[in-house]
Every structure is written in C-alpha cells, then in structure tokens.
Design a binder for this molecule. Structure first.
Ligand code: C2E
Ligand code: CA
Ligand code: CA
Ligand code: CA
Length: 283
C-alpha cells in the first residue's frame, strides 16, 4: 500500500510538472504571437427574431500556434489575464477586427455589419482605456458606430461612479454596450438602470435548459421582461436547437446567437453566409 501511495504521488508530481511546463511554453508563445499579431478572428452572426435579419456579428479570437496547434481562447485568455498580456493582446485583436472591417468595406457591395468584441476587465479598468481604443480605431478609419463592447457582469458589477462615467462617455462616442454572460455573476441588478446599456446577453447555461427545466424558462422570461422595461434588448447566446429558438421567440427575446444558425466563421465564410442568408430567409 505504501509503495502504491508513493507511485500515486509520483504521478501527481509528473502531472504538475507537465502543467507548469505547458504554461511556460504557452506564455512564451503568446508573447511572440502578440508581437507578430499572429491571430485571426472568427465572426458569429446574430439574428434578429422579428425580421430574421443578420443584425451584427461577434468577433472571437483564434490562435493557431506552430508548436501547440490550435489553442482555445478558453485556455489562453485567462492566462493572458493573469500575466497582464491581456492588454496588448486585446489591442492586437481590436486592430485585426478593424483591418477585417476595412477589408470587407473595400470589397464593395456588402454593407458592413456592426461587430461586437469582448472587453477584458483589466483592459477596461485602465485609466486611458478610452483613449487607447479610440486611437486604434482612428488609425484604421473605423467608426465607433460599427462597434459594440461586450463587458461581463463581473466587470461592471462594482457599480462605481468611475464605471458609469466611462460607459456614458463610450456611449456618447457612438459605441453600443452589451452585458455579456448575464446571469452568471453575482447579479446585482441595481446597476442595470444606471448604465447606458443596449443589450443583455443571456448566458448559454440558461438557454441550454430552457426547453427542459421550467425554472430556467421562468428566469429567462423574467430577464426579458425586466430588460424590455429598461429599454434594453435581449440576446440569447448558445442557441443550438429549433425548439430553443422557437421558445425564445415566444418569450419575446429579440436576438439569437448560436450554432443553430451558425458557428463563428472566417471572414470569407461570413460573406458567403450573408449571401445565402439573404436568399433563403424570406422562405
Ligand atoms: P463568450 O464571449 O461567451 O463567447 C461565446 C462562446 O460560445 C464562443 O466560444 C463561441 O464560439 C461559443 N458558442 C457560440 N454559440 C454556441 C453554441 O450554440 N453552443 C456552444 N456550445 N457554444 C457556442 P469561444 O470562441 O471558444 O470563446 C470562449 C470565450 O473566450 C468567450 O466567451 C470569451 O469570454 C473569450 N474570448 C473569445 N474571444 C475573445 C476576445 O477576442 N477577447 C477576449 N477578451 N475574450 C475573448
Ligand atoms: Ca462575448
Ligand atoms: Ca457570452
Ligand atoms: Ca461565456
């Protein structure tokens, strides 16, 4: 038994070594990738339920590293947050989004859809946050009217005067503002009417169970009612089935995002999707 225990300990230690080794490699590779702007963006369409129109897209970062292969943002975004790399990383991501918008503009005929992108807490907390994102946007001749900021509940939850002032400024500049992952934070609802919000995004964990669990359904229904009272539109994220989409429409949800309509797409695939959607949505 003693022997066995030692082996288990040894295995555990090996695992720890493997984990910390991966972290070291990841961080080093991430630093290099930021320097080389070695990321690309996939865009997931959002569909307005009233008109069945594509009303915008969410930008989601992708990283394909030569050593590590495809690394998920679920792994490298938290690492970037822990190491402070999230600030330069977020600025590189915004640059790539602006370049993609420029590129699709230069291709003519297609009118550009609003693009939302994810803002990390640490980035938003910087005193010069607004100046810094503004200078990137100006550099690429992009307009805040085309951009939406997705802030998580956790980022704005503090409900401090600072945050309110920042959000009002951003709104005045033309940005739209969403609360992401709504329902997963500590949900202090008190901030909702103090902030100039355009959208609430209900987290996937609620959406996945609305057709099977009555109480999840009740919560989603209540969120929609409350948001509408405050003139905030509701986006359901992670919608995967026709039944979920149908139920959400009945409940008065405004916008749907999820695999049911489309995965996040590379820019060229997005253009194809838009073309096909325009042809078939009338039917
Ligand atoms: P998020 O902001 O909540 O983004 C939605 C995530 O759900 C995306 O995962 C998307 O691909 C996935 N998703 C969309 N529809 C469905 C569906 O119907 N079913 C399921 N199972 N999943 C769906 P992704 O791209 O892996 O991103 C994960 C998270 O990483 C994001 O969650 C966000 O918190 C973070 N992230 C991604 N891109 C960025 C970025 O550019 N900047 C920052 N700061 N964070 C990012
Ligand atoms: Ca998001
Ligand atoms: Ca989300
Ligand atoms: Ca999420």
């Amino acid at each position: 038994a003693k022997q066995n225990g030692r082996n288990q300990y040894a295995f555990y230690f090996d695992d720890l070594k493997k984990d910390s080794k991966r972290l070291i490699v990841l961080e080093a590779e991430l630093r290099k990738a930021i320097q080389n702007k070695d990321f690309y963006i996939h865009y997931q369409p959002k569909i307005g339920l009233a008109t069945q129109e594509i009303i915008g897209v969410e930008a989601l970062v992708r990283w394909n590293n030569e050593k590590l292969g495809l690394v998920s943002p679920v792994e490298f975004i938290p690492l970037a947050e822990d190491t402070g790399l999230i600030i330069p990383l977020s600025e590189v991501i915004l640059e790539i989004v602006c370049m993609d918008i420029l590129e699709s503009r230069s291709q003519g005929n297609i009118s550009v859809l609003p693009v939302s992108f994810n803002i990390a807490s640490l980035h938003f907390q910087q005193d010069d946050f607004i100046e810094r994102i503004n200078s990137i946007i100006m550099k690429y001749n992009c307009s805040p009217q085309l951009l939406e900021l997705e802030l998580t509940e956790r980022t704005v939850m503090k409900d401090s005067e600072d945050i309110v002032v920042k959000l009002i400024k951003l709104k005045a500049m033309g940005f739209k503002i969403s609360i992401d992952d709504f329902g997963t934070g500590y949900s202090s609802l008190s901030y909702l009417n103090r902030f100039p919000l355009n959208y609430l995004k209900i987290d996937r964990s609620f959406i996945q169970q609305i057709t099977s669990l009555k109480d999840k359904q009740a919560i989603v229904e209540a969120i929609i009612l409350m948001a509408h009272r405050l003139r905030i539109k509701v986006i359901a994220e992670g919608v995967e089935t026709k039944d979920q989409a149908k139920l959400l429409k009945e409940m008065g949800c405004d916008i749907i995002q999820g695999y049911y309509y489309s995965k996040p797409l590379a820019p060229n695939d997005l253009l194809d999707f838009i073309e096909i959607w325009e042809i078939y949505r009338q039917e």
